[in-house]
Write a protein that binds this ligand. Structure first.
Ligand code: SF4
Length: 267
């Protein structure tokens, strides 16, 4: 693969880690997938992100009211993907509650915003381009620079994935310095989980990123990694023979399980 044309984003890396064949279809062959049905989760996440970004742009205290926050949500609300009006209303009420809890106890306020919702590309030594969107970077009251990613789902993730290196490097690209803190802000719980960006964290992050770049740029086979959800979850199912072979799916699942270290088993 020609390295200088490679663009890596968190979503592309996650696709590669989950199924290399899908990565090839999507990012190398650039096969346009057939239109997938709209997702309510995506619509919900986009509505919330847009609302938070616009509210965060407001620095005039007079306008930073709960009514304006709710009004922005209604303006930004994406309607696609919901099964019924009842379901859409249920999600809308959930979003209002999350925003009310956020408004009552905002954990992302400081001296000054540095950037809000910005797409950033970073040339990685001419080998590949790292790209991603930062939700918010701001100067905290304690003088530290914090990069925040808002999470609108209910799953609590660890920092141990590829997002962390991407946020660290994209912040450096934009500001000329690394952030002091990276955080995930879980809107469903109004909780912020922070990771201090130490020299060790930066070194690990860079190693992780270069390792995954090496894997992607030297991959030749792009093997499939089918599971029982392929038909429902993958837009390339129609052109993927291995995802239709039940025995292959099950042997693949068992092989994957063998390599997993399970800590949650009680017998
Ligand atoms: S159908 Fe499954 S195995 Fe095939 S490309 Fe998609 S995710 Fe991979």
């Amino acid at each position: 693969m020609s390295g200088n044309k490679l663009y890596l984003s968190n979503s592309g890396i996650q696709v590669f880690l989950n199924c290399k064949r899908k990565y090839k279809f999507k990012y190398i062959n650039k096969i346009k997938s057939k239109q997938q049905s709209p997702s309510k989760y995506l619509a919900f996440g986009n509505s919330m992100h847009m609302t938070l970004a616009q509210f965060n742009m407001l620095t005039d205290k007079k306008y930073r009211t709960i009514d304006n926050l709710h009004m922005l949500l209604r303006k930004n609300w994406k309607r696609e993907g919901y099964q019924s009006l009842e379901e859409e209303r249920e999600y809308g009420l959930k979003a209002l509650t999350m925003l009310s809890n956020y408004f009552d106890d905002q954990k992302d306020q400081g001296k000054q915003n540095v950037l809000i919702e910005e797409m950033i590309n970073k040339n990685m030594d001419g080998k590949f381009t790292l790209c991603g969107k930062l939700d918010k970077v701001y100067l905290r009251n304690d003088g530290l620079i914090e990069t925040i990613d808002y999470k609108t789902g209910r799953n609590i993730e660890t920092f141990n994935n590829m997002q962390l290196p991407i946020y660290i490097l994209l912040t450096k690209e934009k500001l000329g310095r690394y952030p002091n803190i990276i955080s995930y802000y879980y809107m469903a719980y109004n909780k912020k989980i922070e990771q201090e960006v130490t020299a060790e964290v930066i070194e690990d992050a860079l190693n992780n990123l270069w390792n995954i770049y090496e894997k992607i740029s030297t991959e030749k086979e792009f093997p499939s990694n089918p599971n029982t959800n392929c038909k429902m979850m993958c837009e390339y199912y129609d052109m993927c023979n291995s995802a239709k072979d039940s025995n292959f799916i099950m042997t693949n699942i068992l092989e994957n399980l063998k390599n997993e270290k399970r800590t949650d088993t009680i017998f």
